[in-house]
Write a protein that binds this ligand. Structure first.
Ligand code: FMN
Length: 199
């Protein structure tokens, strides 16, 4: 790994989501496995935290992922519509990006558009699975999928996307002798303020 690499504020885009896209592009080009995987943290209203990986499926004014609106994470987000997420890559250099902010459902049209890109077998699995509910055995799930035959099911209302609208985004890159580079963006209205943080 190239530990001589340095990040300066002048290297960074003024918009943290454009900067995230750039680092993602570099991770993909370097063949990082699953660069879109991000660990998503939510918390219930009474403060119980919970984390799991999801796949980032796009970024615009926020970061979008898709899931089951009946899942445990969705129950947290109904009570407490805020989340944090973190990416971690080794390629092309050792990097981490964290973000946190308010979360809102994407529109039904956006969910439909993404649903249409999923292979039919993945759509059938999503229809057969009520994410985070207890099942008696794998057989139950396989029977529910088999019952759908070759159908290309429409998106169930309980499946769709969320958008995290970041209020804070932090870029971390490994430096020599653990003197890492960290830059934190904080949103102030329409303006992002960027500060270098001590590692
Ligand atoms: C790399 C990776 C990517 C995943 N992507 C998604 C995803 O995009 N959406 C999703 O609902 N679950 C995804 N999962 C499964 C979740 O980690 C989790 O098991 C599931 O969403 C249920 O979480 P919950 O019970 O906290 O709601 C992924 C798991 C892994 C390991």
């Amino acid at each position: 790994m190239d530990t001589d690499h340095r990040v300066d504020a002048s290297d960074l885009d003024r918009d943290p989501l454009r900067q995230l896209d750039e680092w993602l592009r570099e991770a993909r080009a370097a063949e990082e496995p699953m660069p879109e995987a991000m660990c998503l943290a939510t918390a219930s209203l009474d403060g119980r935290p919970s984390a799991r990986y999801v796949l980032m499926r796009g970024s615009d004014e926020g970061v979008v992922f898709f899931t089951d609106y009946g899942s445990d994470k969705a129950a947290d987000l109904r009570e407490n519509p805020r989340a944090a997420a973190v990416f971690h890559w080794h390629l092309p250099v050792h990097r981490q990006v964290r973000l946190s902010g308010a979360v809102a459902k994407v529109t039904a049209e956006e969910s439909d558009r993404y649903w249409a890109t999923r292979p039919p077998a993945s759509r059938r699995s999503a229809v057969a699975s009520h994410q985070s509910s207890v099942v008696a055995g794998r057989q139950e799930l396989e029977a529910a999928v088999a019952a759908l035959g070759d159908a290309e099911p429409a998106r169930p209302d309980r499946w769709g996307g969320y958008r995290i609208l970041p209020a804070a985004v932090e870029f971390w890159e490994e430096g020599a002798n653990r003197l890492h580079d960290r830059f934190r963006y904080l949103r102030h209205g329409d303006v992002w303020r960027v500060d270098r943080l001590s590692p």
